[in-house]
Ligand binder design. Structure first.
Ligand code: SF4
Length: 257
């Protein structure tokens, strides 16, 4: 239930978490799954059954969380099930994806839900182990948008197709956030992608190894990042800092600078 409103809706999003990740973020909230490979083995048929089970429970979409390490199997399961599923397939990832990965999912994914975490190579190397993060993620996001096109919603406001880029605001990195968001503003028209600015950062896992990010973000930092998104004029979502960590407030509005 804790995705953006156009993904979660009333019934919730049908998330399937895959063990492993293409990144190694030192602050990962899901580190047991993403970096310690907790999980259990299932067959491709069992994965297909999970998709149908989630649909039966009323999920608005099938939401694949970090599926890249298992993509060939995921692809085969989707090829078998997608025609009968008739609900959107979401790929929810850290954005650090090869062009070939995006191509592999052509025709099987309806909604890309990538992060754009950093602009600076120093920050991405230090906190996520990938100095080339921005180069790889920015190229992947451009490719994702070309593949699925502009956002399309149903009459209830649920996203059926498109790219929703997430940005998690980090302590001390508000200017880096601004540059990442400006990249989106320079490369996409305001109706071509959605963006979501997240305030939920909590120093977990190995974040304490870096004193400068061993705290929540301040209201000043969050407002600074939100203002950058508003200047670019995108439709999007922001998290309410004063309510539960994962609660979202309605779309923000803003003028393109
Ligand atoms: S991209 Fe997300 S899931 Fe992967 S390590 Fe980073 S925070 Fe965790």
């Amino acid at each position: 239930m804790w995705e953006e409103p156009c993904i979660s809706g009333k019934n919730g999003s049908g998330t399937v978490f895959f063990s492993g990740c293409t990144l190694r973020c030192c602050f990962c909230q899901n580190y047991e799954i993403s970096q310690e490979n907790r999980g259990y083995y299932i067959s491709e048929d069992e994965l297909s059954d999970i998709f149908f089970d989630l649909k039966k429970k009323g999920a608005h979409n099938i939401n694949l969380v970090s599926p890249t390490p298992f993509l060939p199997s995921v692809k085969r399961a989707l090829e078998k099930t997608k025609p009968a599923l008739k609900i959107p397939v979401v790929v929810n990832c850290g954005g650090y994806e090869l062009a070939e990965t995006v191509d592999m999912m052509d025709g099987l994914v309806d909604i890309w839900l990538p992060d754009l975490k950093y602009f600076s190579p120093e920050a991405s190397k230090k906190y996520s182990g990938a100095g080339d993060y921005f180069k790889v993620a920015s190229e992947a996001i451009i490719k994702m948008q070309k593949q699925v096109g502009k956002p399309i919603f149903d009459r209830d406001g649920m996203l059926l197709r498109g790219v929703l880029v997430r940005h998690l605001a980090l302590p001390t990195l508000r200017k880096d956030s601004e540059k990442a968001i400006e990249f989106l503003g320079e490369n996409f028209k305001s109706d071509e992608i959605l963006i979501s600015i997240m305030s939920q950062y909590t120093p977990m896992y190995r974040a304490a190894e870096h004193p400068e990010i061993n705290r929540r973000i301040s209201t000043f930092e969050y407002n600074y990042v939100l203002a950058a998104a508003q200047r670019c004029g995108f439709e999007g979502f922001s998290q309410d800092r004063n309510s539960a960590q994962r609660a979202y407030v309605p779309p923000f509005e803003g003028e393109k600078a």
